[in-house]
Design a protein around this ligand. Sequence first.
Ligand code: SF4
Ligand code: FE2
Length: 627
Amino acid sequence: MSDNYIYSAEKVIDELSRKPGFVDTAIKRWEKRDPKCGFGYKGICCRLCSNGPCRITPTQPVGICGATADTIVARNLLRAIAAGTSCYVHHCRNAANTLLSVAEGKSSYTIKDEEKLKKYAKKMGINTNKDIKRIAYEFATRVLNDLSKPYTEKAELVEKLSLPARVSTWKSLNIMPGGVNEEIIAALTKTSTNLNSDPVDMAVHCLRLGIITGIYGLELTCIMQDILLGSPKIASTYSNFGVIDQGYINLATIGGHQQVVSNRILEMASSKEWVKKAQEAGAKGFKIYGVTCVGQDYELRCASDKNSAFGGYVGNNFTQEYILGTGAIDLVFSEFNCTLPGIEPICKEYLVKQICLDDVAKKVGADLYQFQPEKADEYAAITLDEAIKAYKNRRGKVKIDVPTEKTPAMTGFTEDSIKGALGGSWKLLIDLIVKGDIKGVAGVVGCSNMAAKGHGIYGVELTKELIKRDILVLGNGCVGGNLENAGLYGLESIELAGPKLKEVCRKLNIPPVLNIGPCLSIGRIHIIAEEIAEELKVDVPQIPVVASAPQWLEEQALADGTFGVVLGLDLLLGTPPAVTGSNLITELLTSKLKDMVGARFIIEADPILGADAMESSIMERRKLLNI
Ligand code: SF4
Ligand code: FE2
């Protein structure tokens, strides 16, 4: 643990971990774990058939079937990316169906950002001189049509929503995706036993899935959530364990990204009618605390609303067991990913009610209310009723002991609000970049893991190093949770920035690390990068914008990381994906992709050297712009 963070999120976790009798957690299990399997780590283990599992060794360079290390690695990678893309598309489908339910008058959602709906409807070629619900209908229908097309037909919206220069590169590489669902099915089919054995063909399929993840899973989903839930505004807030207030009926949203029903729960919990019910039970009202990405999205959208029942963002994916272990939470609800099975015994021990709102994320011991936008109000009411019951049942029986550390942060930064703060266009940012006051922009995004130097260490060290070098950082996701609890999303972090960036941040009254919310906001980085490239009349690989998923964790991160690179952003990873057993695939990802799409994966275990690599990439790009 570094002792020079402004605030120490890791200190709270360390102290709780050392507390005698405190619950078991992923971080504790990580410390006790046996050494990693070297074959799995390199991606050269295959268990696709009953003659296996096979592993590649110097004396057994191919599997029983004859599959080489390159084939096995490519097959494993494509399967993993297909699963990650599938998760993103699941969310996109549910968001589009929710928009459709509004258009058809079948749910209680409304269109909260009409301007955004019209802006992107126009880009999609929809005539916007008509009733807003009709526009929403056509928007949702076009998204859903692309999902269900055959893979032999090209998905229509990729071209409409991307920079022409990118599209022509993608066309020349034959990676423009076909129908979304079928591209995922084709990936699963070709990676089954004794089907495709061509590592290059499978790697190219990974790139198509990357584009699908970016356009549908990230950008369109982000836009549809803004349309339905309202676009965020810049605000000041607090994070960390100290935001928890024991005077309320306390709910935690532990889950990532999808938040259609979750948002109704928050709105209902903020209503006078339900506050009264909570008061009748002896509490001051309801508070819903954010853990993982839905919490960050709540923070992004709600921190500016003083009447909201949002209680604050507490921490990321690996803090969830600690939060429940404090005893302060009455009910947990989850609508999608990043809910650790490790919370189940803790919920049982601490009498915490568990509710799941989509069967893809069903947990043991949880009640399931299957996702349907039409039933969101009914599910929200059930959830709040259950929270009241859990509150009455638990108080007095369960020991509550919550750390008090609170970290100031700013939130609400999006492609629109950043542009707004800069005077309405990207001109000021571009001028600052041209002058060298801001050397470049770096996304520090995605998950958190323990594998890269321990929980939250790599991402925080990398970010401090980047801002020290006058590089403006856009943070999000669970690594963003580490940045936030360490104080990097707050104005005090201006003092850690390099002299030029410090001046800029002081003038604009913004921190050098802008909190763009959940992982899903990687879609916002796509929009920002393309808008800047468009304004400069160049392609994305020429602009001084790079990214890192320093503590990537899961299949979805592999899918969205692939998108970042295909989009033209060099992408730093603190730990390698399971590909190092194949020279061909490793070489392709870390070098050859540069010639193909203008960007590559950078793998670097040391955050300072990682910052060196990101800075070099930015400097190369500045040269391409002659600045
Ligand atoms: Fe081994 Fe080939 Fe079967 Fe994989 S598919 S387990 S490499 S025999
Ligand atoms: Fe996330």
